[in-house]
Design a protein around this ligand. Structure first.
Ligand code: FES
Length: 102
C-alpha cells in the first residue's frame, strides 16, 4: 500500500507500508513527527488530516481520540491522530497531510 504524505511545508513524499501492520509504527519516523507520547493518545503531535474520500477505509475515531482532537486549535474535518489510525478495509493509496503545530 502507498501512503502519500504532504508535510507542513507542502512537500509531498510517498511511502510503501504494510497494510497489516500499524501505520504509526511504520510512518512516524519517516514523517518526522514528534510523537511525544509515543502513541498513547495524549500529546496530539501526530495530528494529521485525512481525505474525505478515504474515510470509509479508516478506523473510527473513538472517544479518547475525539477528546484529544477537541482540544486542538487546528482541528478540521478529516483530523485524526496517526497513532490511533488503522485500516478497516484494504486500500491502495492513503493520503495524509501533517497538521500545523499547535
Ligand atoms: S503520538 Fe501522541 S497522540 Fe499520537
Amino acid at each position: 500500500m502507498q501512503v502519500i504524505v504532504t508535510d507542513r511545508s507542502g512537500d509531498v513524499a510517498e511511502y510503501s507500508v504494510s497494510e497489516f501492520s500499524d501505520l504509526f509504527t511504520q510512518l512516524s519516523d519517516e514523517m518526522k513527527i514528534d510523537a511525544l507520547c509515543g502513541g498513547c493518545c495524549s500529546c496530539a503531535t501526530c495530528h494529521i488530516y485525512t481525505d474525505e474520500s478515504d474515510a470509509m477505509y479508516l478506523s473510527d475515531c473513538d472517544e479518547s481520540e475525539r477528546d484529544v482532537l477537541d482540544g486542538l486549535l487546528h482541528v478540521r474535518d478529516g483530523s485524526r491522530l496517526l497513532c490511533q489510525l488503522s485500516l478497516k478495509e484494504k486500500m491502495k493509496t492513503l493520503k495524509i497531510t501533517i497538521a500545523q503545530s499547535e
